[in-house]
Design a protein around this ligand. Structure first.
Ligand SMILES: Nc1nc2c(ncn2[C@@H]2O[C@H](COP(=O)(O)OP(=O)(O)OP(=O)(O)O)[C@@H](O)[C@H]2O)c(=O)[nH]1
Ligand SMILES: [Mg+2]
Ligand SMILES: [Zn+2]
Length: 307
């Protein structure tokens, strides 16, 4: 049998076979993997081969994970060596980010976007909780669109509680498989419920003391709508460490650098100190946002990148 992983708890999985049947499954034996040193060898979205367990009803063993089209993978922080696959075989990865309550930093956003570019996952930035910005709404919005205008992604700036934001988002993601990720408390489950109320995912208050989420969602789970949209809600992540990107490849994952890089004098230009660097020229001209360039430098320099 073959099926798709719809829920992962780390020790067991839910798998939907193509006839719609749901199986509770565990991994068995040595599975053929793609050479990734991951803490979770199987992720939501994976296509797997299953063998029915004859001892118990509706249980099965996962005996093979088929090659993934794409995936989102991170290190929990820059020191950890284990990789975690958030989900695979995606049409888009939605980074849900709130500027306040809790704050999402530009560095976090940019590490996530680099991860998506590197693993061929189209990305969507959903800036949530804009209703809390008050009279800063317009200035923050302008700032975000200035920074990300050429970063090769779709941007939503609004609120999961606002029907206009939701309708637009819903029509653009209909029929697709999308991953929702971001810090705890940014509103991933709220967004999913706003899109499709019947999923009724648990939503948690923000802690008053730390202005952070309380890790309300504890497992990655994929929900499927009647019209075939598949939404993967995931637990909040504290950080997103970029993995497996050699230094010389990193600039390629900053889309606004790409069209200028060809004009650098040196083909192996790192765009940091070299003479006649087109990226530095464009940065000085204001055609590459400084914020994005700083994120590039910080990923380049902070041992965030291991091959
Ligand atoms: N003001 C405002 N509050 C929101 C918005 N979206 C979500 N919230 C609130 O933010 C809190 C956290 O929402 P959740 O949906 O549980 O956040 P989450 O990202 O799923 O968090 P985890 O499951 O812990 O990762 C809840 O109190 C929501 O009501 C928004 O657009 N505006
Ligand atoms: Mg949640
Ligand atoms: Zn250069």
């Amino acid at each position: 049998m073959e099926g798709t992983i719809t829920k992962s708890t780390g020790s067991w999985y839910m798998v939907r076979t193509d006839d719609g049947h749901i199986w509770k499954a565990r991994t068995r034996g040595k599975m053929r993997l793609q050479g990734l040193n991951t803490s979770n060898p199987v992720a939501v979205g994976d296509r797997v081969r299953l063998e029915e367990d004859t001892n118990y009803e509706n249980t099965a063993s996962i005996i093979e994970v088929f090659p993934r089209n794409n995936w989102v993978v991170r290190k929990a922080n820059k020191l950890s060596s284990k990789r975690q696959i958030l989900a695979s075989n995606l049409d888009a990865a939605v980074l849900v980010a709130s500027i306040i309550a809790p704050r999402t930093s530009l560095g976090f956003i940019d590490r996530y976007l680099v991860g998506c570019e590197a693993y061929h996952v189209p990305s969507i930035l959903f800036l949530n909780k804009a209703d809390l910005l008050g009279d800063q709404f317009e200035s923050v919005k302008e700032e975000i669109f200035r920074i990300y205008a050429r970063a090769h992604l779709q941007i939503y700036f609004g609120s999961a509680l606002d029907p206009n934001t939701i309708n637009e988002f819903k029509s653009n993601t209909q029929g697709k498989r999308i991953l929702l990720s971001g810090h705890s408390g940014v509103g991933k489950s709220t967004l999913m419920n706003a899109l499709y109320p019947k999923f009724n995912a648990k939503v948690g208050a923000i802690s008053k003391q730390h202005a952070k989420g309380k890790h309300t969602t504890t497992f990655a789970e994929m929900f499927t709508t009647a019209d075939g949209t598949q939404i993967i809600d995931t637990p909040g992540i504290r950080d997103f460490g970029v993995v497996d990107i050699p230094q010389e490849e990193l600039p390629h994952y900053f889309p606004e650098f790409r069209r200028f890089m060809k004009s650098c004098k040196f083909s192996n230009c790192t765009h940091v100190h070299e003479p006649e660097c087109a990226v530095l020229d464009q940065l000085n001209e204001g055609n590459i946002p400084q914020e994005r360039y700083y994120s590039y430098l910080s990923i380049l320099n902070n041992e965030d990148i291991f091959k």
